[in-house]
Design a binder for this molecule. Structure first.
Ligand SMILES: CC(C)(COP(=O)(O)OP(=O)(O)OC[C@H]1O[C@@H](n2cnc3c(N)ncnc32)[C@H](O)[C@@H]1OP(=O)(O)O)[C@@H](O)C(=O)NCCC(=O)NCCS
Length: 197
């Protein structure tokens, strides 16, 4: 099926979220001219081995560069890639990215944070779900937890459904988990923090 992604992809409506320490985090879509700045900001995570920060961050940076070069990633078209960036006083504090397999099916990529203990990842994750379901209009999100902490903080508490057959694998080759638009509509009021600005 030929898809005109320029008609489907839209910027994320900018959101303001107050972090537990009182700082205001602004969440916006990354534009291509911000790729190098955001990749540079993430470099310190590349040698942070605990909880797989290194693995997740190196995959994300690769995806940003694939997007920059218009190359597909994980079998999904480059044009469907997006990244939401959280900043405090203009400084990058966390990122969450994704792609679409087709206009109704999202393939979640990664989420990571540059400051621990402020729930930045847990706040960015529902922003990504909002973007997929409410802005881009998908019906089903395929995802997999790449780390134990991701599984605990981002999947278990959101009611993702683990597909019952172990042979169902995500694009990463790990156990497939799925969220539908119906599930998102049920949980979003309790999960999506902050407000559109
Ligand atoms: C998963 C992730 C995005 C969650 O981000 P977050 O919501 O901001 O949470 P944090 O990373 O601050 O983790 C906080 C938890 O880790 C623990 N922790 C470990 N090291 C910590 C530290 N230095 N400071 C504070 N908490 C720490 C705490 O127990 C805390 O638990 P709690 O939130 O239940 O109180 C983030 O941990 C991350 O980027 N992990 C590496 C990449 C990854 O796994 N991504 C997700 C793939 S599915």
């Amino acid at each position: 099926m030929e898809v005109d992604w320029s008609k489907i992809m839209k910027p994320y409506p900018t959101r303001s979220i107050t972090l537990p320490n009182g700082d205001e985090m602004i969440v916006k879509s990354m534009t291509k001219d911000e790729i190098e700045e955001v990749a540079d900001a993430l470099i310190s995570n590349l040698t942070y081995h605990k909880d797989l920060f290194d693995l997740v961050t190196s995959e994300m940076i690769t995806e940003f560069y694939l997007w920059r070069e218009n190359r597909p990633m994980w079998g999904c078209p480059a044009e469907s890639h997006f990244n939401l960036v959280g900043r405090v006083n203009g400084k990058v504090v966390g990122v969450t990215n994704g792609v679409l397999k087709d206009p109704k099916t999202g393939c979640s990529l990664h989420t990571t944070t540059l400051i621990r203990g402020l729930q930045i990842g847990a706040y960015l994750w529902p922003c990504k779900l909002e973007h997929y379901f409410d802005v881009l209009g998908i019906e089903r999100l395929e995802a997999s937890a790449e780390s134990a902490i991701g599984g605990r903080k981002l999947f278990a508490t959101y009611g993702f459904t683990v597909m019952p057959f172990p042979e169902y694998r995500s694009h990463f080759g790990t156990q497939l988990q799925v969220m539908t638009k119906q599930q998102w509509d049920r949980i979003k009021a309790g999960k999506l923090a902050g407000e559109r600005i």
